[in-house]
Design a protein around this ligand. Structure first.
Ligand SMILES: [Zn+2]
Length: 357
């Protein structure tokens, strides 16, 4: 764990440190830095945060073919070792270890200009073509006219892969839970004798963790025109429960809902969706909360539909300490809760797909 002035005399957990360090990087870039040379803490062998940035940076950024995305500020972070830092600092008469020692002792930042050193950094960027696949199934509507409209359900099936230390992130909750819930719901609709009036699209989308890429591709290449798409229901992390309900969400990262809790993210762009959702929650004894709307709206696949003006309803049981960590495993899944989320989603979709307008 890296130490810095803000942490002096204070014990903070991993997530706080990550947030703080990311904040610092963002601040440096916003102040006009064209690149950051990041080095590990010379006084601490445990450099988890440095390793995390390394993992993140080595994954690169993804985008769909032909789309133009703004260059991420993080693309100019250069990871270096302590020897390189000492070489740059040489002229100041100090080395990195001494500077870090001063910071640790004083608890204050220690910034100064190194006047006579100029450097040239050459960064080679590699562009690679990666193929991904969205998996799509359709249940055709029973109404001769309304079957040309659809409700689309989405769940991303990718996760964050293997850590730099070689540990496997299984992603049972994120998003094994949404993936299998969607499979169950699709199975239920496909077995119905009388299908709903509108068609239902089931889309297992890829590369959510790389920037919602699969769902972006879908909205650029939809199987039903977006104008005929009446709603998107997205399932992302729907498999966990805390022992009891939260009274209030102070920190979205520790927002795991209790046994009956369910987060619904609609962005209020459809009163019909909200009303139907509330009614079904009441019927099933689920307690809906919109407390994660701000945090979640742009961070999962519903966002690509939302920004195209399509009513969205995203479902989640909230974030927990195993989020994007190897501890997100199947033995922590609350299967009973998942079944209730499947029931909820099925009933909401059935009603929306049959709705009169
Ligand atoms: Zn996810």
């Amino acid at each position: 764990m890296t130490r810095n002035p803000e942490m002096a005399g204070d014990s903070k957990d991993d997530e706080d440190i990550t947030k703080m360090e990311m904040g610092k990087l963002a601040h440096i870039f916003m102040s006009g830095a064209s690149a950051i040379i990041l080095v590990p803490d010379p006084l601490n062998a445990n450099n988890d945060w440095f390793e995390m940035v390394k993992d993140y940076a080595s994954q690169g950024t993804w985008q769909t073919e032909g789309s133009i995305k703004e260059e991420m500020p993080g693309s100019n972070i250069i990871l270096a070792n302590i020897e390189i830092a000492d070489e740059i600092l040489q002229e100041s008469g100090k080395n990195l270890k001494e500077i870090q020692q001063e910071i640790n002792t004083s608890g204050k930042p220690n910034s100064f200009e190194i006047e006579k050193v100029t450097g040239k950094i050459q960064v080679t960027k590699k562009i690679e073509k990666v193929y991904g696949e969205n998996i799509i199934a359709i249940v055709e509507g029973s109404d001769p006219v309304l079957k040309n409209e659809c409700v689309i359900l989405t769940a991303h099936y990718d996760h964050v892969g293997i850590t730099g230390k070689g540990e496997i992130n299984n992603g049972a909750d994120d998003n094994g839970s949404g993936t299998v819930a969607l499979l169950e719901i699709a199975g239920a609709f496909s077995k119905m004798k009388k299908k709903p009036r509108r068609s239902i699209v089931f889309a297992w989308v890829t590369a959510e963790e790389k920037g919602l890429v699969g769902s972006e591709y879908y909205t650029q290449n939809p199987v039903f025109p977006l104008k005929k798409t009446v709603a998107n229901i997205n399932l992302d992390m729907v498999g966990r429960s805390a022992e009891k309900e939260l009274e209030k969400v102070d920190n979205p990262e520790k927002s795991l809902a209790g046994p009956n809790g369910i987060y619904i993210i609609t962005g209020d762009n459809s009163q019909v969706l909200t009303n139907v959702s509330n009614k079904i929650c009441k019927k099933l004894g689920l307690i809906p909360s919109d407390a994660l709307t701000d945090e979640f709206m742009e961070s999962s696949d519903q966002y690509n539909f939302y920004k195209n003006g399509i009513p969205v309803l995203a479902v989640s049981t909230g974030l927990h300490e195993d989020y994007h960590k190897p501890g997100d495993d199947f033995d922590k899944i609350d299967y009973h809760k998942m079944k209730r989320i499947c029931d909820y989603t099925f009933l909401v979709v059935d009603e929306i797909a049959n709705h009169k307008n």
